[in-house]
Every structure is written in C-alpha cells, then in structure tokens.
Ligand binder design. Structure first.
Ligand SMILES: [Zn+2]
Length: 275
C-alpha cells in the first residue's frame, strides 16, 4: 500500500478500522519509518490532550464552550458591571506548549475535513475539540453583578375565606408599635399578621367592651367565642396579652410566644383556651 493517510492513522489509533484494513495498515507500519513517525506524532498529541484534559478535570466540547462564550458575552452586554474571566487559559496554553498547539491546530483542521467524517465519535477528535475549545475559545466564567440585598417583604396571612368575627376595635400603630390586651377570654385566641395598619380585635360577643389609647387596644368580657387579633405584619413591635399574661411578642421579623400554642405558621398563631 501507499503511505497511510492521516485519517487511516487516526482511525488506527482509535481502533476504528475493520480487521482487514487494520492488518493492512499494521503491515505497512512494520515496514515504513515515515508512517511510524507520523503515528508516533499523533500518539504523542493524543497523550498531550489526554493529559491536558485530565488536568482540567472538565470535559468541554467546542460547541458547549462556544455557547457559554456567547451567553457570557450577552451577559456582559446586558450587565455592564459583569466581569467575564477566561477559564484558566494560561494553564491550558502551558499544558500544550507552542508546538503542541500548532499540532493541535493542524489536527483540528484535518479532523474538520474529510477525515473527520471517516471517524465519527473518535475519542481523539473529542479530545481535540475539547482541548481546542478551551485553548482557543476563552471559556468564560461569568461573575454576576452583585446587587444589594432587598429587604424581604413581611409575611402576611393569605386572604383566606376563614369566617372571622367582625372588628370590635381597631387602633393605628404608635411609633410603629401596637399593644393588644384581651380580658375575660374563655375561647380560642388567634393572632394573625395582616396587611391592614395597626391592630384590631375581632369578636362576635355582643357583651364585649373595649378601650383604646395611642397604639393600645383593650377589650374585656370577651367570653367563650373565638377572638381574633390582627396585627400589621411589618410593625416594629407588637405585644398581645391575654387575661393579664403575655402570649405573644413580635419584634421585627421575630415572634416569641409564651403560652401553649395549638397551631402556628409564620403569619398565624392560635392559642387554645386555658383552664
Ligand atoms: Zn508509509
């Protein structure tokens, strides 16, 4: 046979030749120093790629690298402050060395041509693509623009269809604080964090009485029915007293409870009657 083609040598290296072709190339190699030298060169290149890729610990095919690069450029345009840093390019260049890169470029050109069609899925080809993707396309690492943390909106009880008693009394907050005092309570007490400003007491008991002063509401003779206390969700401080005992203390986003609790979510606290 004539000298083995580059494609044949690569296919031989990848063990992708049919047995007849393979033995033909093998016979030729046993007698041809030129082709053996060529083979050894490709072997060396393959080894270089393998080593370089093992250093990188990543497998980045060229197309994926290009997509990442394009995506990063879009980010860079959209967010002027974003920095787009190449992924260890110095290390890649160092790994191949100048002559290695030239060989890689030659090999890539070869693989992009007719020869590549002959060896689809070749591991050598994959190494080349991955290595060149890293070496010639700056695979970027996108650092997103740091935006200052937004204050989290206060949790507010969802507007449920819960049948609640009508408002008995309501006060606006005083210096961003509210205080609720319930007396002569025999039923369930439910505290809810809501959108409405200030604090409100809800009770269906017609005998109940109520008083208010700035930031403070009190109600007495509440009886055995359920009592609801609505507290403005983003109020700075809220206190709820039941029958002279502190049941709930809200400071900012923190809520402490001091009585047995039946059910608790971030916006709803229900206290069963205490005997
Ligand atoms: Zn030859």
């Amino acid at each position: 046979m004539r000298h083995a083609s580059d494609g044949q040598i690569l296919a031989y290296l990848d063990d992708e030749l049919g047995s007849a072709q393979r033995s033909e190339v093998a016979v030729h190699l046993s007698a041809c120093g030129t082709c053996v030298a060529n083979l050894k060169q490709y072997e060396a290149i393959s080894a270089e790629f393998r080593e370089a890729l093992s250093w990188l610990d990543v497998e980045v095919p060229l197309t994926a690298a290009q997509q990442r690069f394009a995506a990063a450029r879009r980010v860079e345009k959209a967010e002027p402050g974003a920095t787009v840093a190449p992924l260890r390019p110095a290390r890649v260049l160092h790994g191949f060395g100048r002559s290695g890169l030239l060989k890689a470029a030659a090999l890539a050109a070869l693989l992009a041509g007719a020869a590549s069609a002959a060896i689809p899925g070749s591991p050598v080809r994959e190494w080349v693509e991955a290595a060149l993707g890293l070496a010639t396309v700056d695979v970027p690492v996108v650092e997103p623009v740091q935006t200052p943390a937004q204050p989290t909106p206060p949790a507010v009880a969802p507007a449920t269809q819960e049948p609640v008693p009508d408002v008995l009394s309501r006060v606006p907050p005083e210096r961003n604080r509210v205080e609720v005092k319930l007396r002569e309570v025999e039923g369930l007490v439910v505290v809810r964090y809501v959108q409405e400003p200030g604090a409100a007491i809800r009770s269906a008991n017609v005998d109940a009485n109520h008083f208010s002063s700035p930031g403070v509401i009190e109600a007495g003779r509440l009886g055995s029915g359920d009592v609801y206390v609505d507290i403005q969700a983003n109020v700075l401080e809220a206190r709820v007293e039941v029958n002279g005992e502190l049941y709930l203390l809200k400071r900012g986003d923190n809520t402490q409870t001091f009585a047995p609790i039946q059910e608790r979510t971030s916006t709803r606290f229900s206290f069963p009657p205490r005997s």
